[in-house]
Design a protein around this ligand. Sequence first.
Ligand SMILES: CCCCC/C=C\C/C=C\C/C=C\C/C=C\CCCC(=O)SCCNC(=O)CCNC(=O)[C@H](O)C(C)(C)COP(=O)(O)OP(=O)(O)OC[C@H]1O[C@@H](n2cnc3c(N)ncnc32)[C@H](O)[C@@H]1OP(=O)(O)O
Ligand SMILES: Cc1cc2nc3c(=O)[nH]c(=O)nc-3n(C[C@H](O)[C@H](O)[C@H](O)COP(=O)(O)OP(=O)(O)OC[C@H]3O[C@@H](n4cnc5c(N)ncnc54)[C@H](O)[C@@H]3O)c2cc1C
Length: 646
Amino acid sequence: MNPDIVKERQNASFDVQKLTYILDGGPEKTKRRREISLVLNDPDFDEEDPNFLSRSERYEQAVRKSAQMILKLREYGISDPAEINCYKSVVRGNFHESLGLHYVMFLPTLYSQCDQEQSKKWLPLATSFEVLGTYAQTELGHTHLRGLETTATFDPTTQEFVLNSPTVTSIKWWPGAGKTSNHAVVLAQLYTRGKCHGLHAFIVQLRHMDTHEPLPILVGDIGPKFGFSEVDNGFLKLDHVRIPRENMLMKHVEPDGRYVKPASAKLTYGTMVFIRSLLVGLSALVMAKSCTIAIRYSAVRHQSEIRSEPEPQILDYQTQQYKLFPLLATAYAFSFVGQYMTETYYRISGDINQGDLSELPELHAVSAGLKAFTTWTTNTGIEVCRMSCGGHGYSRSSALPDLYAEFTPTCTYEGENTVMMLQTAYLVKSYRQAKAGEQLRGIMSYLNDMEQRHVRAHPASARPALVDINDLSDLVESYKLRAALVESAAKSIQQELQKRRSHEDAWNNSAIDLVKASDAHCHYMVVKLFTDKLSEIGDPDINLVLTTLAQLYALHGIALNSGDFLQAGLLTVPQMQQIPVRIKELLCLIRPNAVALVDAFDFPDKVLSSVLGRYDGNVYENLFEWARRSPLNATEVHESFHKYLK
Ligand SMILES: CCCCC/C=C\C/C=C\C/C=C\C/C=C\CCCC(=O)SCCNC(=O)CCNC(=O)[C@H](O)C(C)(C)COP(=O)(O)OP(=O)(O)OC[C@H]1O[C@@H](n2cnc3c(N)ncnc32)[C@H](O)[C@@H]1OP(=O)(O)O
Ligand SMILES: Cc1cc2nc3c(=O)[nH]c(=O)nc-3n(C[C@H](O)[C@H](O)[C@H](O)COP(=O)(O)OP(=O)(O)OC[C@H]3O[C@@H](n4cnc5c(N)ncnc54)[C@H](O)[C@@H]3O)c2cc1C
């Protein structure tokens, strides 16, 4: 064990184990997660670092691993969905699996959209992995759902739907598992009796069940990408492909071609809401991994000098702390927000299953906004962690390049982040409702008292100094009032309408304000949820260290967005000048606990797969060993010497 890291652990002021229990949701859950993590000792999961393999080898390794996972799940008797998720996230490590989409999109779509008869047919096939599925929605030319071009036309004479990609731009593009899957959920515009009824989901067989040869359908892999090398993101061109009427999910077409309206057309989008909710938790996980790597490495890396003494640990540099500790605070904040998002998703989707759709718009708005907010923040955070590791952060051995490449598409997939932020229509609607005197419920209820507050762009000097920057509840209140930026967005729309612009143009001409409002709303939610969590934590040592992190999260956010807080008169200039001073004090308070705080995330070394982030801190000898495994070192003299240099 590296002596620096041993010393760091001795400095901790709290019980790491107890904090792990809080993150997991209780000691029983930690125990079970650790039991599941033992699967990593199974030699069947020993594999070469994918960074040393070609794309085709990586894909093959991923398929092998996916197949092994299924067999082992059966062998170990793991069947609870949360436990399967935990197991997969442990085995998957920092990469994706080839059957990922089957689990996260294909199966959930079947579960939520099959009727009884369809469930009886498809669920056994899909859960036994005879049917391997993908989710084919996006097209070469479109992702906006109303604009999708693929058609499904009902033919009552044969009781079939005819699926067609009429143009090049309508070819399905991106769906994972282009080579792996034999079925797809295809999203297409439904036509029956000559009328279009909008987007619906259909199950389409793509490949022969025994030979895996494609049916008369063009299907394949779209080629190498920024990351996702394990995943065969695919294309799919359908040329008048016929499928039985029973393959339409939720069956909205009667045998005579009559269309039966669903309770809400948006239920077809349910799987996206599910994944967007999951991505909030994934952001927390990846931010936590990145911080673990960068902070452990910063504790063992010595460089330059502060005083004329031996080289200090780089974690002692104030700038290093300023780079990493706000991200550490963010990892904790997002962990609690992830827990909230999962609970909210299951609560509201439970109501939806019982026929109560009243909270569907809020679930959509909250999951879209938090997905965008947390993935954007994490995406930039991983890169800060990588840079903070200097040159070794650039090596694939650090895992940080892989974490970035695998995570960055979360800002794009399941709804491009700007587009998701623009789903703030709900926010503006809520604001208008509150202004008209309606009492809002739930997370939007803070808009109820906006009118009394009159938060507007006043000169700061005209406002009382409301905020004690050392008081978390005051900071939450400030974020809440800043979230009233939605008022500016609503006003901008109003002004545009007064200029006789159409509603659509007024919306587009206010889009920057709308995204800002959405961002402020999400930021408020994160600060509030983090602060609320503190009241549940009885252990005084843990409460103290998490309160310090929450204060840092809140103040750092204000420092980054000082213009908003000053403009709205929420803070005075002298208070604003106090914030950097307080932030520096908080960095000093966090410093002795930094390593213990990342230890509490409890990532086994095999899951982190990072030479820099090793628990024992023995970085240098292992970096050397890792480099020696590079395929370029397989021979002492590379063949290119004989071919070109000699
Ligand atoms: C800690 C553990 C975590 C473990 C995690 C494990 C795994 C991680 C998960 C995944 C990673 C692994 C592998 C998977 C990798 C990649 C998968 C990627 C898969 C995909 O990438 S798959 C394609 C996704 N592709 C999109 O994401 C398209 C985005 N584009 C849209 O989504 C629409 O295009 C939109 C919304 C922009 C416009 O929608 P539209 O075109 O219909 O327009 P329209 O104006 O007609 O409707 C508007 C009215 O509908 C309401 N509305 C809309 N959506 C709703 C919904 N969902 N629910 C309820 N209401 C909704 C509105 O609020 C409005 O309401 P109102 O009218 O009242 O104002
Ligand atoms: C790794 C990966 C895996 C994927 N897996 C799947 C899958 O399994 N199944 C599937 O169906 N799809 C999948 N996708 C596709 C993914 O869902 C889309 O890429 C995503 O929805 C974004 O759409 P787009 O690529 O068309 O971007 P575009 O919508 O073309 O975005 C380009 C730019 O235009 C801007 N823009 C677009 N619309 C607006 C607007 N209304 N207002 C303001 N700005 C706007 C965006 O902000 C962005 O800056 C995957 C994508 C990736 C990268």
